[in-house]
Write a protein that binds this ligand. Structure first.
Ligand code: GDP
Length: 319
């Protein structure tokens, strides 16, 4: 990919978008275009069309999305389906109208059926029903990747879809009602340690299994796909191994230095029992994740304490 390319990162303030901007800058791509929500509302079709007509964008990285953890998805399905559908259709169609040839669309592993054989291959898409706690979000993301496929077929665009597993890293959401499990447990363990609490509450049974990818690895995979001139298709992005929520909680206790007991709250949903991605499609092309889970949680915890927990909290940090 040409280092002078004008690359629009949609959603650059989010965890994925900000990781993409860091990576692009580090790799010498200095024509990165970003817009805050106040400058460009991606839900406003006319504004998005106008932006693409003016800006002469070469490549779009579509990381803007309404995202959240299991509770947010289950309680606000209307917002999750509507906002994701409208952002995708506005950006993808405006990019096509402005003759943008290359686009990367980001989804999530929850697009796959609930009862999928594991590890999950890209071919399992739409083979059986979805997990109900996040089916609204999943349907929107499936529509987005199908939009890319359809435009490639009909209009010869080069729109690629990446489906990362559960992500974590800098600029994650630490709000306990809307966050995903890893940042939620990181915060809870930190606060339990600071407060001297005896227990840490983990939602559900602790038995569901999840796979976690540091967002910097997703940014690396994105650059890999662009630089290898991949022109179409759906690619899982993950590390290739998972662990139980209990094991994740234990790892987080180790990193944060919280030594109390884990308590499991059965009133909260478990969600899908397992969603381990088969990552052989990208692996065969030569890409692998490089950031180990404990290493990634340690650096993320350091960032969390610096940004969110204030200076006194830094004193109790063991990393
Ligand atoms: P999911 O991967 O789409 O199910 O989303 P989450 O990351 O929100 O949840 C993953 C699993 O972690 C589910 O089984 C949750 O019940 C469990 N979990 C345990 N503790 C927490 C917590 O404090 N917050 C969240 N979001 N999930 C938790």
């Amino acid at each position: 990919m040409n280092k002078q390319a004008r690359i629009f990162v949609a959603g650059h303030r989010g965890m994925v978008g900000s990781a993409l901007v860091r990576r692009l800058n580090a790799e010498g791509y200095h024509n990165v275009v970003t817009r805050s929500r106040a400058e460009l509302d991606l839900k406003d079709q006319a504004a998005v069309n106008g932006f693409f007509e003016r800006e002469k964008i070469d490549v779009v990285l579509l990381a803007a999305a309404r995202v959240g953890g299991i509770l947010a998805n289950a309680s606000q399905p209307g917002e999750f389906i509507y906002e994701n559908l409208v952002i995708e259709t506005n950006v993808i169609h405006a990019a096509f109208r402005a003759q943008v040839e290359r686009l990367v669309f980001f989804g999530s592993s929850c697009i796959y059926p609930k009862q999928c054989p594991q590890p999950i291959r890209e071919e399992y898409l739409l083979t059986s029903p979805l997990e109900p706690t996040n089916d609204a979000y999943a349907i929107a993301k499936i529509a987005g990747l199908k939009l890319c496929e359809a435009y490639n077929r009909e209009y010869n665009t080069q729109y690629v879809s990446l489906m990362p597993t559960n992500l974590y890293g800098p600029n994650d959401n630490y709000d306990l009602n809307s966050s995903h499990v890893l940042p939620a447990l990181l915060r809870k363990a930190h606060e339990a340690k600071v407060d001297g609490s005896a227990t840490l509450t983990v939602w559900g049974s602790g038995t569901p299994r999840r796979e976690f990818l540091h967002v910097d690895d997703l940014a690396a995979a994105t650059l890999f796909v662009l630089e290898h001139n991949v022109t179409e298709g759906l690619f899982n992005v993950g590390v290739g191994e998972d662990l139980s929520i209990r094991e994740l909680a234990e790892c987080i206790c180790k990193v944060t230095g919280f030594e109390g007991e884990l308590v499991f709250d059965a009133s909260k949903p478990d969600g899908t029992p397992r969603k381990l991605l088969d990552v052989s499609r990208l692996a065969q092309m030569g890409w692998h994740a490089t950031i180990g889970l404990e290493e990634g949680i340690t650096s993320t915890y350091r960032e969390f304490v610096e940004l969110h927990a204030g200076s006194t909290a830094a004193a109790v940090m063991h990393v």
